[in-house]
Design a protein around this ligand. Structure first.
Ligand SMILES: O=P(O)(O)OC[C@@H](O)[C@@H](O)c1c[nH]c2ccccc12
Length: 265
């Protein structure tokens, strides 16, 4: 089994356990369930923001431990204040060190939040709404075309926006009307190799009515300028900030550099 298959197999077990403890009816009673969501689409199209979707990520299967001391409220707060268009919060515990509690805590900030997890069951979309997420991720590499469509319809009915993640030409076939954003993951989840050209090569094939987001392996502002020129509206960045002793300062410095670039260009 590759890592993605391992994670998905584990996810089926976890979801079955959580369902047995708390049903969808109970999730629907939780305080955030009725909360109106924020639109990542609007935040990405807001020129006063950076387009960066900043991710709170403690560890990953590819990098191991990235940051175990960072405080979720402080870091996501700084990301929001310094112009992040969105926040991405990992809720997978075993492989990424995230949690529902992290997302609930990040919810204090008025910035759209992507629930970053491996969605394989309808139950998880009700959970996402109940924990205060605004956007969910559908990973083409672990879903059929039919599942993507069914889950996207469910997510939209709950008021959530949908980010479909692809990483090759074949997965373009998973794009459906209900998807708001197409993310190109520069990291192959099966091999962990990172290549920014994946984004540049797939961009021309992304339908014009979807916002394109480049994901993973972005570590300098020049790359963002290149991706922007190609047509990308969003940039999902985790490790580059989280691996720094102080992700808050790292993010602020990065944004400052990005802004001075833009003035010159
Ligand atoms: O830390 P990076 O290289 O900046 O990458 C962030 C994000 O793209 C990455 O964490 C990610 C992209 N798709 C995923 C799917 C599941 C878990 C994690 C991810």
């Amino acid at each position: 089994m590759n890592i993605l298959e391992t994670i998905v197999a584990q996810k089926h077990i976890e979801v079955a356990e959580r369902k047995a403890v708390k049903g969808i009816d109970a999730l629907e009673q939780e305080p955030f369930f009725a909360r109106p969501t924020l639109s990542l689409r609007s935040f990405l199209l807001d020129d006063t923001k950076t387009g960066i979707i900043a991710e709170f990520k403690r560890k990953s299967p590819s990098k191991g431990v990235i940051n175990v001391v960072a405080d979720v409220v402080t870091v996501t707060g700084a990301y929001s204040t310094h112009g992040a268009s969105g926040l991405s919060v990992l809720t997978d515990e075993l492989f990424f060190g995230g949690s529902t509690a992290d997302l609930l805590q990040a919810r204090v900030h008025a910035t759209p939040i992507l629930r970053k997890d491996f969605m394989i069951d309808a139950y998880q979309f009700y959970e996402a709404k109940a924990m205060g997420a605004d956007v969910v991720l559908l990973i083409a590499a672990c879903l059929t075309v039919k599942q993507v469509q069914e889950f996207a319809i469910l997510a939209k009915s709950l008021g959530l926006e949908v980010l479909l993640e692809i990483h090759n030409h074949e997965e373009l076939a998973h794009i459906c009307d209900e998807v708001d954003f197409v993310g190109v993951n520069n990291r192959n989840l099966k091999t962990f190799e990172v290549d920014i050209n994946t984004s540049l090569q797939l961009f021309p094939h992304i339908p014009a009515n979807k916002l394109a987001i480049a994901e993973s392996g972005i570590s300098n502002t020049d790359t963002i300028i290149t991706l922007k020129q190609a047509g990308f509206k969003g940039f999902l960045i985790g490790e580059n900030f989280m691996k720094q002793p102080n992700p808050t300062i790292a993010f602020a410095d990065f944004v400052h550099q990005l802004q001075s670039h833009s003035k010159v260009g």
